[in-house]
Design a protein around this ligand. Structure first.
Ligand SMILES: NC(=O)c1ccc[n+]([C@@H]2O[C@H](COP(=O)([O-])OP(=O)(O)OC[C@H]3O[C@@H](n4cnc5c(N)ncnc54)[C@H](OP(=O)(O)O)[C@@H]3O)[C@@H](O)[C@H]2O)c1
Length: 244
């Protein structure tokens, strides 16, 4: 039980990678709050966590809206008294691949940046004061291999890639800012394509070739279980790199 007595808040915890991390944390003894916009999905995950014998909260929130984020964090503090672990996991990608930047509609750029980057900023902004007060905390930002190296010829997703470069930069900046408070801030990414809502458009055969979302759970537990003033400012690839 590597997370006994800990409280975790996981954004985008209703399905995919966030759901796998939420269940893994509960199995390690944590109380877990999951949030997303789809109520039925987060409630299902919360039920699964309770079946594992842990306390769980399902909080409906759109991380692009500061009022939602403020309420979400307030609910966790009210119910569980603290937040030890924040996993900034919620994310979206391009609805359809965009070959060239000139073809990407501004609304699509804004939707992705506001979710992946502004959402991460807002959740961190509202959780951080609680961690600062306690001089401890682990923040884990879910990034991507696409946030490491620009590969337009492979991916056709400039807004997503830029949002993940931003996640990496935010992680580095925040880790330095949080150092004096002993808070660890790290990025974690699967390093391979994972079979989640991101790949609903693929055929069953194509999806079977993708990695399972559990690929990230061991490093996610490791990062969440770190003591104060431990490893910070790193970006961890959960598997082998996609590109050499
Ligand atoms: N799948 C991959 O291959 C892969 C690879 C590298 C990195 N990642 C990263 O992994 C993270 C999780 O993605 P996934 O692959 O598990 O995709 P997913 O199955 O589509 O899950 C995304 C989660 O984010 C939530 N979400 C999206 N927009 C939101 C918003 N505005 N407010 C609150 N929650 C929101 C979704 O719930 P609602 O829609 O109900 O709000 C859902 O729970 C993302 O940061 C993604 O960039 C994925």
């Amino acid at each position: 039980m590597r997370l006994e007595g800990k409280v975790a808040l996981i954004t985008g915890g209703g399905r995919g990678i966030g759901k796998s991390i939420a269940l893994a944390y509960a199995k390690e003894g944590a109380y877990v709050a999951v949030s997303a916009r789809t109520k039925s999905q987060i409630e299902t995950v919360a039920k699964e966590i309770r079946k594992l014998g842990q306390r769980a909260l399902a909080i409906k929130a759109d991380i692009r809206k500061e009022e939602d984020v403020k309420k979400m964090v307030g609910t966790v503090i009210q119910e569980f008294g603290k937040i030890d672990i924040l996993v900034n996991n919620a994310g979206v990608t391009e609805k359809k691949p965009t070959k060239e930047i000139k073809d990407l509609p501004e609304e699509e750029w804004n939707r992705i940046i506001q979710t992946n980057l502004t959402g991460t900023f807002l959740c961190t902004k509202w959780v951080l004061p609680h961690m600062i007060n306690r001089r401890s905390g682990n923040i884990i930002n879910i990034s991507s291999a696409l946030g490491q190296k620009g590969r337009p010829e492979k991916e056709n997703s400039v807004a997503y890639a830029v949002s993940k470069f931003g996640t990496e930069g935010f992680t580095e900046y925040l880790s330095k800012e949080s150092k004096e408070y002993n808070i660890n801030v790290n990025a974690l990414y699967p390093g391979v394509r994972v079979d989640t809502g991101f790949f609903n458009h693929l055929s069953h055969e194509q999806r079977e070739k993708l990695a399972r979302s559990e690929i990230v759970t061991e490093p996610a537990i490791f990062l969440a279980s770190q003591r104060p003033a431990a490893m910070s400012g790193k970006s961890i690839n959960a598997s082998r790199p996609i590109w050499k």
